[in-house]
Design a protein around this ligand. Structure first.
Ligand SMILES: [Mg+2]
Length: 266
């Protein structure tokens, strides 16, 4: 895809972050904050940032489709774009909205470009650090321009990661609660983009995930795969944003993910 230049995507993210996101960090007014679907936080900044990202990304590939987290909240039919014979952008304008609202430092812009079921490119941009992590299918994963790699640990006891606490079936949660003690550390960043980047660069080893909204996972999945990691759901299939996996283990290698599945007995 010749239209894609890293510097263009970086410039778009930098500008959206400088003009729209960062001025409101630790500076949100009450009427900037709302709830969607009854429970999920959304701010005027998420909505404005997504519109600006959409406008700029569609300029790069004018006939492409666009799926944004906030647009989806208003019209869930846009998810059908994934079935079309066309390029599709997927955007999470702010991953970690809760941290952003609370003035905490882990939040990110996440973008990916897919064609049907294939993830071609993905980007996770951290506004506060002005760092870009990106991956290109079959070419690797990078932070700024440096190639990154996962770090293998031999046993679960040495591994650091997270276990999602919501959206599980009761029988699954009963098992997952007990899993925690098998690892060196289980903690959440409340910003999955940051977790994906840390798995990809070897600072963390795994995430056990539920509720797999495409904008939350497509970018990180490609970054982890391209840095040597892998992903497997409880049926031993890889993540496919078009097939709605209900759970997923993302980890530093396929062998490691299989150890977790084995321990879970699935
Ligand atoms: Mg978001």
């Amino acid at each position: 895809m010749d239209n894609i230049k890293q510097e263009n995507i970086e410039e778009i993210c930098f500008k959206v972050s400088k003009d729209i996101i960062l001025p409101k960090f630790q500076n949100l007014q009450d009427d900037d904050i709302k709830y969607k679907n009854g429970a999920d936080l959304v701010t005027s900044v998420d909505i404005e940032a997504e519109k600006e990202l959409k406008k700029n990304l569609l300029k790069i590939i004018p006939s492409s489709n666009f799926i944004g987290e906030e647009e989806y909240a208003l019209n869930d039919k846009i998810i059908n774009h994934y079935n079309e014979e066309n390029y599709c952008w997927t955007v999470d304008p702010i991953d970690g909205t809760k941290n952003f609202v609370n003035g905490k430092d882990r939040f990110a812009i996440m973008i990916s470009l897919t064609f049907k079921e294939k993830i071609l490119y993905s980007w996770i941009y951290k506004p506060l650090e002005n760092t870009m992590c990106y991956a290109i299918f079959n070419e690797g994963a990078f932070i700024n321009k440096d190639r990154i790699h996962t770090c293998s640990v031999q046993s679960l006891k040495e591994a650091k990661g997270s276990i999602s606490t919501k959206y599980w079936e009761n029988h699954e949660w009963e098992k997952l609660k007990l899993m925690k003690n098998n690892f060196a550390e289980v903690s959440s960043y409340k910003c999955i983009g940051y977790e994906y980047v840390d798995i990809a660069r070897g600072k963390r080893n795994f995430a056990i995930l539920s509720k797999l909204s495409p904008w939350d996972h497509i970018p990180g999945i490609l970054i982890v795969r391209e840095s040597g990691g892998d992903d497997l759901d409880f049926n031993h299939n890889q993540y496919n944003f078009n097939k709605k996996n209900k759970n997923l283990i993302v980890g530093n290698s396929k062998e490691f993910n299989l150890k977790i599945l084995n321990k879970l007995g699935v």
